[in-house]
Design a protein around this ligand. Structure first.
Ligand code: KG4
Ligand code: ZN
Length: 336
C-alpha cells in the first residue's frame, strides 16, 4: 500500500510518500520560520495562507521524486489535530479532496501519534510494547504504548511543555525562535556546574512534569547577571543555557527511568522536537544502559514536524481499515 502523508498542523508543510513494503519513497518539508520570525511566534492566519500556497507544488514534487502518478497512490493521510485550526483545515481539505477525486480512502491522523511512531521509520524499529516520551513545543507526555492506537497516558506536564520551556528560556537570552536548537548550541560553550538549576518535581512520586518554576529560575538568574547591554556577558549566557539544558534533561531522564520501572518495559522511544536534543539522547543512553533498557529515536529531521511520520501512521490506520467519511473535520484540541 502506498500512502501520501500531509502535515500542516503548525508552521511546516510536510509531504511524504510511504510504501508499506518499500518504506519511505520521498519526503519534503517547507518551513515557514522566516514568515513568522519577525513576530516572535507563529501567526495562525499567515500559517494557513502559506500552507495554501505551498501544499500542491510540494505534493507534485514528492510524487515526481518518487516517480509515482495518482494511479499509484492507494490512500491519503493528513494531520487532523491537534494544532492550529486554519492550518489543519488546509491539509485536511486538500487531502480529503484529492482522495475524493482519486477515488481512494483517506484518514485523519493525530499529530502526536505521528511523532510517537516516527522512530518506526528507522532501521531496526522497536517492537511493541514500549514507553514513549513525547516532547514537543506543545506536549510533554509519557505514554505506555501496547500497539497502534493502544496508548495509555502515564504522566504529562502540568504547565509548560519541555519545548515551550526551551523556547521561553531562549527568548530570555535573546536567541531566535524556535529556541531549542539555539540553547543547545550555546550550552556547548557553557561551563557545567557554575549554575545549578532546580530539577522540578523529581523528588515527588509520579510521572508528571512541571517546567514553569525552571522558567522563573532562569529569568531571575538572567536578571541577576544583567550587564549594560541588558543581557549577561557571553560566557554567563552560555553557562545559563548549559544549566537550563542540564536541568531539563536530568528531569526527563529521571521520569523516563521511573516510567520503565513502573511498566516493567525495557524499551523507550523519544519523539517530538526536543528528542533531537543531543544531550537528552546521550544521557538517556547512559541511564538506560544501567537498567538494561534501550532508547530509540528518529533521525533528526523526523523528530520535528514532518510528513513522513503522518504517512507512516496513516498507512498503519488505513491497513487496519480505518477511513474518513466525506465531510472534512479537524480537531484542534485532541488528547492522544
Ligand atoms: O515537534 P515539534 O517540531 O513541533 C511541535 O509539534 O511542537 O517541536 C518543536 C519544539 C520547539 O519548542 C523547539 O524549540 C524544540 O522542539 N526543539 C529542541 C531541539 N530542536 C527542536 N529542543 C531542544 N533541543 C533541540 N535540539
Ligand atoms: Zn510536532
Amino acid at each position: 500500500m502506498r500512502v501520501l502523508g500531509i502535515e500542516t498542523s503548525c508552521d511546516e508543510t510536510g509531504i511524504a510518500l510511504f510504501d508499506t513494503e518499500k518504506g519511505l519513497l520521498a519526503h519534503e518539508l517547507y518551513s515557514q520560520i522566516a514568515v513568522h520570525s519577525e513576530y516572535g511566534g507563529v501567526v495562525p492566519e499567515l500559517a494557513s495562507r502559506d500552507h495554501v500556497r505551498k501544499i500542491l507544488p510540494l505534493i507534485q514534487s514528492v510524487m515526481d521524486t518518487a516517480g509515482v502518478t495518482a494511479a499509484d497512490i492507494d490512500g491519503i493521510a493528513y494531520t487532523s489535530g491537534p494544532g492550529l485550526v486554519g492550518a489543519l483545515m488546509v491539509g485536511a481539505s486538500v487531502g480529503r479532496s484529492l482522495a475524493y477525486a482519486w477515488k481512494i480512502p483517506s484518514v485523519g491522523v493525530h499529530h502526536m501519534e505521528g511523532h510517537l511512531l516516527a522512530p518506526m521509520l528507522e532501521e531496526n524499529p522497536p517492537p511493541f510494547p514500549f514507553v514513549a516520551l513525547l516532547v514537543s513545543g506543545g506536549h510533554t507526555q509519557l505514554v505506555k504504548v501496547e500497539g497502534i492506537g493502544r496508548y495509555q497516558l502515564l504522566g504529562e506536564s502540568l504547565d509548560d511543555a519541555a519545548g515551550e520551556a526551551f523556547d521561553k528560556a531562549a527568548k530570555m537570552l535573546d536567541l531566535d525562535y524556535p529556541g531549542g536548537p539555539h540553547i543547545a548550541k550555546l550550552a556547548e560553550h557553557g561551563v557545567s556546574g557554575r549554575f545549578t538549576f532546580p530539577r522540578p518535581m523529581v523528588d515527588r512520586p509520579g510521572l508528571d512534569f512541571s517546567f514553569s518554576g525552571l522558567k522563573t529560575y532562569t529569568l531571575n538568574t538572567v536578571a541577576k547577571h544583567k550587564g549594560p547591554s541588558g543581557l549577561p556577558d557571553e560566557q554567563t549566557c552560555a553557562d545559563i543555557a548549559r544549566a537550563f539544558e542540564e536541568a531539563v534533561v536530568a528531569t526527563l531522564v529521571i521520569k523516563c527511568r521511573r516510567a520503565l520501572e513502573a511498566t516493567g518495559y525495557k524499551r523507550l522511544i523519544i519523539a517530538g522536537g526536543v528528542s533531537a536534543n543531543k544531550r537528552l539522547r546521550q544521557e538517556l543512553e547512559v541511564a538506560l544502559a544501567k537498567i538494561h533498557a534501550s532508547v530509540f529515536y528518529a533521525r533528526h529531521e523526523f523528530c520535528t514536524d514532518n510528513g513522513a511520520m503522518i504517512a507512516y501512521a496513516g498507512a498503519q490506520r488505513l491497513a487496519a481499515g480505518m477511513t474518513e467519511p466525506l465531510p472534512i473535520n479537524v480537531t484542534p484540541r485532541w488528547p492522544l
